[in-house]
Design a protein around this ligand. Structure first.
Ligand code: HSE
Length: 415
């Protein structure tokens, strides 16, 4: 009943020319992007949403009455029907969104860490309280990939999702490949351009990708994948020599995520991967993202675009606001089980660059080629089980912390 009243009420307000009042938590890059985006809508004469409060940190000064440092002001304001979280971090974002849901407000967030850790609980609470919970901008910035997955999963069986979902590391790999920059200089440039996370460890060690892969997989497959079971290789030990090694073989390194449905459940990986230089992943330049979804009826669909940045991300948040306005409520249903990925059945070839001492510890029966390089020894393996390989890497990393490992993609016909 409450739901119907709310929908009729928002409809009447819009009919009378009133915008829906929202509150914005945070005033950083994404929040400023949304403010600018909503202003541009207003300038065009189609103001559907109006910002009533912006929550700042307690120590920030409040230059205008729209700003507040009290979450209670927002929670107690009956006119606020949607709370948009763009603060980042898990706390207090989680507590604030929980309180907003319990105050019967719809919630939208762009915070991938929050959704990865607390999405299941927020979705369940939102369902119990009959309010909306949307997070389209949490993965892929401005690319409408979660909405695509949600709509496709309602009609088809999704078999695989894969792609480049971190702009910072793609910028780094592209700069190392096309401009011969070293890793440090490329990372510095990405930071200066505002692509990297506050702590770039999340980008270069794959935690940002871990959050994104879990969220996209949940929307696509209706199941959360246990984060410990996702096979994740970091990127940050890569060197110019590794790029050069593959360049000579017409291959390019990209940092790929992949979830593959099989008879046993799922394979889930985050790995630097050598791909054909003629393939589509190798063409993705600068901080762009690529997302591929393979489903049983539509086959492969690919989305490419800006996976970060204030304005594209604001576009995805705005589309969530519009969904809520039209009466849509959920991206996930709040009852998804958690299961472990089983990477034992997937076999891949690997490139391992390590010190000569560490190389001696590697089982040579798994090696097809060995090279002596300026950076150390390079081993190319036969196809080996991903689980087996990750156990070996854990052992080798104790001996050589600078080891660099990347998967080698089998080149498909036509690439
Ligand atoms: N640091 C992230 C990236 C921001 O580079 O993709 C967008 O999630």
């Amino acid at each position: 009943m409450f739901q119907i009243r709310l929908q009729v009420f928002s409809y009447l307000r819009r009919k009378e020319g009133h915008a829906v009042d929202i509150a914005l938590l945070g005033n950083g890059t994404v929040a400023k992007g949304l403010i600018s985006h909503l202003q541009s809508q207003k300038n065009k004469g189609c103001e559907l949403f109006s910002i009533r409060h912006i929550l700042l940190k307690p120590d920030e000064s409040l230059p205008d009455p729209v700003f507040t440092s009290s979450i209670d002001t927002i929670l107690n304001d009956k006119d606020v029907s949607i709370v948009v979280e763009a603060m980042g971090g898990r706390h207090p974002a989680f507590e604030y969104l929980k309180a907003a849901i319990l105050s019967k407000k719809h919630v939208v967030t762009s915070n991938k860490e929050l959704v990865s850790f607390h999405g299941a609980e927020l979705a369940r609470l939102a369902q119990e309280n009959q309010v909306a919970f949307f997070f389209s901008a949490a993965v892929g910035g401005g690319i409408p990939l979660l909405a695509y997955l949600r709509d496709t999963a309602q009609q088809e069986t999704i078999l695989e999702i894969t792609g480049i979902l971190n702009g910072t590391t793609n910028f780094i790999l592209d700069a190392m490949t096309r401009r011969n920059l070293d890793f440090k200089d490329a990372l510095y440039q990405a930071q200066k351009l505002g692509y990297a996370e506050a702590d770039p460890t999340n980008d270069v060690e794959g935690f940002d990708l871990l959050y994104k892969l879990r969220i996209a997989s949940c929307v696509a497959f209706g199941q959360w994948i246990d984060k410990e079971s996702i096979a994740r290789l970091p990127l940050h030990t890569i060197a110019a020599g590794d790029i050069e090694f593959f360049r000579k073989r017409d291959m390019t390194i990209r940092y790929l995520v992949n979830t593959l449905r099989n008879d046993n459940g799922f394979v889930a990986t985050i790995q630097p991967t050598a791909v054909s230089s003629n393939g589509i992943s190798a063409q993705i330049q600068r901080n762009n993202n690529l997302f591929l979804c393979r489903s049983d009826r539509s086959g492969e669909q690919i989305l490419v675009g800006q996976g970060a940045g204030a304005l594209p991300t604001a576009g995805n948040i705005h589309r969530d606001l519009q969904r809520i306005s039209k009466g849509e409520r959920m991206m996930i249903n709040g009852a998804e089980p958690t299961l472990s990925a089983d990477n034992g059945k997937l076999a891949l070839r690997y490139y391992i660059r390590l010190s000569p001492f560490a190389a001696e510890m590697f089982p040579m029966e798994k090696v097809t080629e060995t090279f002596e390089t300026d950076l150390g020894v390079v081993l190319i393996t036969h196809p080996v089980s991903v689980t087996w390989m990750f156990d070996r890497i854990d052992e080798l990393r104790v001996i050589d912390a600078r080891i660099f490992v990347c998967a080698i993609q089998t080149v498909k016909e036509g690439e």
